[in-house]
Design a protein around this ligand. Structure first.
Ligand SMILES: Cc1cc2nc3c(=O)[nH]c(=O)nc-3n(C[C@H](O)[C@H](O)[C@H](O)COP(=O)(O)OP(=O)(O)OC[C@H]3O[C@@H](n4cnc5c(N)ncnc54)[C@H](O)[C@@H]3O)c2cc1C
Ligand code: FES
Length: 249
């Protein structure tokens, strides 16, 4: 795994609105050689001191192009959405640990913009089923495909929370490993389902980050070690990917 805290300058090659408030941005950075699924980049947003972290959705090793999906939220993401093709983007990364690459039957579950890191991973897995959960069809980027969709309003796929269908999907796919990213409530339920069905889970956690490099301790979560001892771990440096069965919710 490459954990690169250097500042890089990329050139924007694409800024595309793909769904309601959801943008895909691509930028070329010839100083980057490798980015593993699960890792993130921390983007400087104009005059804001605090960088904003975003999971990598794709890295093309030939063209050195990084792609990130971002949901419009506040000033930082508004700034990124205003960038144009040819503009320079300033970022640190790729940072954090990454998902394991399993040869066994895998299920990836992405809720909301959490689909980004797990769908990047899915492109590297051979035996994989993909689940995408959104509030509504209008929130689903037109570029993505999945084996199962769930939308809260039923406009695409199964109606209601993906958690209502978790048992059904797990029993249908019968995976050896589940990878997930999304809101905490979804990750907790997936980690618990993993324990119930004796399936390994790897989950990418999100915490509000200040430094993004393991210094400020603002993104600490509690994790159990193999002896059951509780330890503090940082999402930015020790994560963002954790074994779901070890996280103390
Ligand atoms: C490891 C990681 C990966 C992420 N990947 C993605 C992704 O692929 N796509 C995406 O749309 N979003 C992702 N996020 C969330 C994204 O970082 C926030 O939505 C973004 O920072 C909001 O910035 P803002 O200035 O527009 O919003 P504001 O709400 O104005 O942000 C104010 C401050 O809070 C921080 N903040 C707000 N929400 C979050 C959050 N959920 N997580 C971390 N910091 C937050 C901001 O960084 C900023 O410092 C990820 C977060 C983490 C920790
Ligand atoms: S954001 Fe500072 S330690 Fe993680």
């Amino acid at each position: 795994m490459v954990n690169n805290k250097k500042i890089h300058k990329g050139k924007i090659t694409k800024v595309e609105k793909q769904a309601n408030d959801l943008f895909l941005i691509s930028f070329c950075a010839d100083t980057i050689n490798k980015i593993e699924p699960g890792q993130f980049v921390s983007i400087l947003c104009g005059s804001h001191t605090l960088r904003r972290p975003f999971s990598v959705y794709d890295f093309d090793e030939e063209t050195k192009t990084i792609s990130v999906y971002f949901k419009l939220k506040g000033d930082g993401t508004k700034y990124i959405s205003s960038l144009k093709v040819g503009d320079t983007i300033d970022f640190i990364g790729a940072m954090g640990n990454c998902f394991s690459i399993s040869g066994e039957k895998s299920l990836v579950i992405g809720a909301g913009v959490g689909f980004a890191p797990v769908f990047y991973l899915a492109n590297k897995l051979k035996n994989v089923y993909k689940v995408a959960a959104f509030a509504s069809e209008k929130d689903i980027p037109y570029d993505i495909t999945a084996d199962y969709f769930a939308t809260d309003d039923g406009t695409k796929g199964k109606k209601g929370s993906v958690l209502n269908y978790l048992d059904e999907i797990i029993q249908e796919v019968n995976p050896k490993i589940i990878y997930a990213c999304g809101p905490m409530i979804v990750l907790k339920a997936i980690a618990e389902a993993g324990i119930k069905y004796n399936i390994k889970t790897e989950i990418a956690m999100e915490k509000i980050m200040a430094c993004s490099v393991g210094v400020c301790r603002g993104c600490v979560i509690k994790v159990k070690d193999e002896n059951g001892n509780i330890q503090n771990k940082t999402v930015c440096k020790d994560g963002p990917v954790f074994d779901g069965s070890e996280v103390v919710w």
